[in-house]
Design a protein around this ligand. Structure first.
Ligand SMILES: Nc1ncnc2c1ncn2[C@@H]1O[C@H](COP(=O)(O)OP(=O)(O)OP(=O)(O)O)[C@@H](O)[C@H]1O
Ligand SMILES: [Mg+2]
Length: 213
């Protein structure tokens, strides 16, 4: 918004087909109309290096990837995104809207793959300097509903081919994180219409305006 206060980091989280990308487009439009100087990005990816990592991580050819390798690749992408994009933007007073962030590692590599949360927390401190979003919107919906939505999109990537049990653990881990940090998270019922989801998201952003950085 201006050069004198730090910007805000808003992250969108949720399972496959929850509607993150759909919401991101609507929320971006809304925030721009409010005069917010906004940067939009995604994980894994968001930088040339991160997008190269994304291609590796999602390539079904790498089906033998270990949980440890997956976690480190996610944090390799994230470390680059923080340094190259997010930190400079926030320092310049810009807001950042990010499609997935560190909570996704706790949900997917933690809940989904069974990596201990303490290990993820160590990487978080090192790779992101403990950068915590100002607001995290969790789009929550039954696994089957999300899968049905995502199914229309052609070939499944390496993570989408996981079974329902994996995605149930991801969902449970996301909900547990939201319950543990209610001030940062807003859980949105993603079974509602895109307009209703957007309205709930906009409502959740109100407290970010005018708040001291
Ligand atoms: N609230 C909604 N109700 C019904 N359908 C929706 C809703 N939001 C998005 N969709 C549809 O569901 C599909 C998945 O949406 P979207 O790509 O936004 O999800 P996503 O969370 O970004 O998925 P991914 O995790 O795979 O990136 C799209 O076809 C989209 O049009
Ligand atoms: Mg998406």
């Amino acid at each position: 918004m201006n050069g004198f206060s730090r910007g805000k980091l808003i992250t969108l989280e949720g399972g496959e087909g929850a509607g993150k990308s759909t919401l991101l487009a609507g929320l971006q439009k809304h925030l721009l109309a409010q005069g917010v100087d906004l940067v939009q990005t995604r994980e894994p990816g968001g930088t040339p290096l991160g997008e190269a990592v994304r291609a590796i991580v999602l390539d079904p050819a790498h089906r033998g990837m270990s949980a440890e390798s997956e976690l480190l690749l996610m944090f390799a992408s994230r470390a680059q995104l923080v340094r190259e994009c997010i930190e400079p933007a926030l320092a310049a007073g810009r807001w950042v809207l990010c499609d997935r962030f560190t909570d996704a590692s706790y949900a997917y590599q933690g809940g989904g793959r069974g990596v201990r949360a303490e290990r993820i927390a160590l990487l978080e401190q090192w790779a992101t300097h403990g950068l915590t979003p100002d607001l995290t919107l969790l789009l929550d919906l039954p696994v089957a509903t999300g899968r049905a939505r995502a199914a229309g999109r052609g070939e499944a990537d390496r993570i989408e081919v996981e079974g329902d049990n994996f995605f149930e653990r991801v969902r449970a881990a996301y909900r547990a994180r939201a319950a543990a940090e209610p001030a940062r998270f807003r859980i949105i019922d993603a079974t509602r219409t895109p307009d209703e989801v957007l309205a709930a998201a906009i409502d959740a952003t109100h407290h970010l305006f005018g708040a001291k950085a």
